[in-house]
Design a protein around this ligand. Sequence first.
Ligand SMILES: NC(=O)c1ccc[n+]([C@@H]2O[C@H](COP(=O)([O-])OP(=O)(O)OC[C@H]3O[C@@H](n4cnc5c(N)ncnc54)[C@H](O)[C@@H]3O)[C@@H](O)[C@H]2O)c1
Length: 277
Amino acid sequence: MSSQRLSNKVAIITGSSQGIGREICNQFSEEGALVVCSDLRPLGQGNDVATHEAITKKGGKAIFVSTDVSKADDWKALIAKTVQEFGRVDILVNNAGICTEANKPAPIDEVDEDAFDAHLRINSRGVFLGCKYVIQQMKKQEIHQSSGLRGWIVNFASMVSNIGMAGLTGYTASKGAVSAMTKTIALDVAKQGIVVNAICPGFTKTAMLDNALGAGASTDGGALGSSAARDAVLAALPRGRFGEAKDHARAAVYLASDDAAWVTGILLNVDGGLTAQ
Ligand SMILES: NC(=O)c1ccc[n+]([C@@H]2O[C@H](COP(=O)([O-])OP(=O)(O)OC[C@H]3O[C@@H](n4cnc5c(N)ncnc54)[C@H](O)[C@@H]3O)[C@@H](O)[C@H]2O)c1
């Protein structure tokens, strides 16, 4: 039985169909939130039941709204649908992201310009648009009596907001923008009772990690379960294991809860100690 820390709060989660986003939806529902799942499509890699359907089957409340986070019109429609369905928006988790460069890392003088732009468009512009349109909605809403807050935003930055990673110029630039934006937006809306924070994940077992380290890297004992790349990364992790989607979902619950009422503009490293070194 969970502590119901998000009881009756309405939460939009982007990139909800797989990986970290799917687990955030599950944990938020366990904590009592009404969940709006948003992604390009409802069914993610490796799942045979859509996230919102799995939550509904377990007795939670969830809907799916197809959204491309890089498009302003999609954001307007997503927020309108959420308000139509649940009356307001309390929480936004900007989790959707891509790291296509991981397939083909390139030094700066060889970076593909379209790939660079795509990272900025989805990872940075997606977060910018989400914050812009959800804050317009949150500002119209009443303050929550329990916390004195009007809204909670959790952005997904990355360990590469803190450290460089050779071959990933577009991805690192896009995540640096997320961490910088998070602090500025937090200041823009602090007086309105909206808190804005970011999580910086380290290497975490999802499709994105498979993409970076080879198929099966996210599955212990998978096809490339003991590849040199995987072993080298593991050896550099102070906690001695990859992150799990749940590690980030629990951090997101905290940052979206009344417990974080006086926490804003922070970058929370959830990386097993990687960037403490
Ligand atoms: N997994 C890691 O090791 C790691 C490390 C650092 C940061 N992160 C960040 O955590 C977040 C979640 O990553 P993950 O590992 O779960 O990735 P993932 O690839 O498993 O899932 C990403 C989700 O985002 C969705 N998405 C992609 N483009 C979209 C768009 N234009 N509009 C809407 N949705 C879109 C995908 O469909 C997918 O469901 C990302 O922002 C990622 O950059 C992950």
